[in-house]
Design a protein around this ligand. Structure first.
Ligand code: ZN
Length: 117
C-alpha cells in the first residue's frame, strides 16, 4: 500500500493513476488529477471541497520536514540558531511544496477510501 501511495496509484485497484502526470515528485506544473480512476472508476473526489482537508495533511508534512531539515542543517553550523538555517529550511520547504501538495492529496484519498462506497 505504501508503494501504491508513492507511485500515485488508485487506492481501490492499484492500477489507475490518481494524478495524470506520472512524475509526482519535483514536478512544478499544475497537478492534474483524474476525477475518478481510469481503470476501475473509483471516485477520487468524493464531494466538492473534499481536498480542503488535505491541507492539514500538507501542513503536517511541512512541519515535519521543517523540523527534520533543521535537525540536519544545524549539524553543519556552530550556532544553534544561525539565520542561514532558516534560509535553508525555507528553500527546502519551497522545493517540497509541490510534492507535499500531491502527496497530501494522495494520503487524503487513502485515508477515506473505505468511506466512499
Ligand atoms: Zn482504480
Amino acid at each position: 500500500m505504501i508503494k501504491n501511495i508513492l507511485t500515485n496509484k488508485c487506492p481501490n485497484c492499484g492500477k489507475g493513476k490518481i494524478f495524470k502526470n506520472s512524475n509526482i515528485y519535483f514536478n512544478f506544473r499544475k497537478a492534474e488529477m483524474n476525477e475518478s480512476c481510469p481503470k476501475c472508476g473509483f471516485k477520487n473526489r468524493k464531494e466538492p471541497g473534499f481536498f480542503y482537508g488535505a491541507m492539514y495533511v500538507s501542513y503536517g508534512l511541512t512541519v515535519g520536514q521543517g523540523i527534520l531539515t533543521y535537525l540536519i542543517a544545524s549539524t553543519f553550523f556552530e550556532e544553534k540558531f544561525d539565520l542561514r538555517i532558516i534560509g535553508i529550511i525555507a528553500g527546502v520547504l519551497l522545493l517540497l511544496s509541490s510534492f507535499n501538495m500531491r502527496l497530501s492529496r494522495i494520503l487524503w484519498i487513502y485515508l477515506f477510501k473505505n468511506y466512499s462506497r
